[in-house]
Write a protein that binds this ligand. Structure first.
Ligand code: DX5
Ligand code: ZN
Length: 213
């Protein structure tokens, strides 16, 4: 039930294939790709070309988290590049229901991303069409930020309405894993608490052990 996705944002990009092999050997369930465009968030990361490279060496599924101003324009490119799940921030999609359908029609699972200051109630009409929800516990833009405990209210709110996967993204570590899991998050997206540690297998074990208590 509990899944751990390693966010490659904190990987050593000069050795990306080795880094992917290392976290796969540590038994992560997938690789999370943080896509940032310098408009929706004040940072620029990676595009479909990097995803294609990562997908060519990965043995676990990839998911894209689109932190970009025009997710509808690029979602298809990330699916073509090899991700099997795509989530986007619905407030910047002119027609979020159409984008959820489009992602599914292209053969991927479709997710909705919730910011710490998002109004979950205003999004709930979209939930029946989503395969998963990703709740941010930091403001999107950078890895290594401090976990925002009040954002757990959003995890609880979504869990009350949504029975499928809830991913929690931002500041998830052995110190926060238990509260995330108890709030209803069953997929942990983790960058620094995995890639920031030398022994990735120990890092993943520590996350699972902390979550399950
Ligand atoms: C933040 C990204 C996260 C980030 C998590 O904008 O969406 O996926 O990489 O990083 P950590 O685990 O270091 O908070
Ligand atoms: Zn993310």
């Amino acid at each position: 039930m509990l899944k751990i996705l390693a966010s490659i944002l904190s990987a050593d990009f000069a050795r990306l294939a080795d880094e992917i092999a290392d976290v796969e050997a540590a038994d992560v369930d997938g690789l999370h790709i943080d896509v940032m465009d310098g408009h929706y968030v004040p940072n620029i990361t990676m595009g479909p070309a990097v995803v294609r490279g990562a997908a060519s060496v990965a043995t676990v599924p990839l998911d894209a988290h689109l932190m970009i101003s025009d997710p509808a324009k690029y979602a298809g490119d990330f699916i073509a590049a090899g991700v099997s799940r795509v989530c986007f921030h619905p407030e910047v999609a002119p027609d979020p229901l159409a984008l959820l359908s489009f992602i599914k029609k292209k053969g991927a699972q479709a997710g909705l991303a919730v910011n710490p200051d998002s109004d979950v109630d205003s999004m709930k009409r979209l939930f029946p069409k989503a395969d998963y929800v990703l709740v941010m516990t930091v403001f999107p833009g950078f890895s290594g930020q401090k976990f925002i405990p009040s954002a757990l209210d959003n995890v609880r709110r979504v869990r009350a309405l949504f029975k499928r996967d809830i991913a929690v993204d931002g500041g998830v570590s052995p110190g926060t894993a238990r509260m995330v899991y108890q709030a209803g998050g069953n997929v942990f997206v983790v960058a620094s608490a995995v890639f920031g540690r030398k022994d990735r297998a120990a890092a993943v074990r520590a996350l699972r052990a902390a979550a399950l208590g």
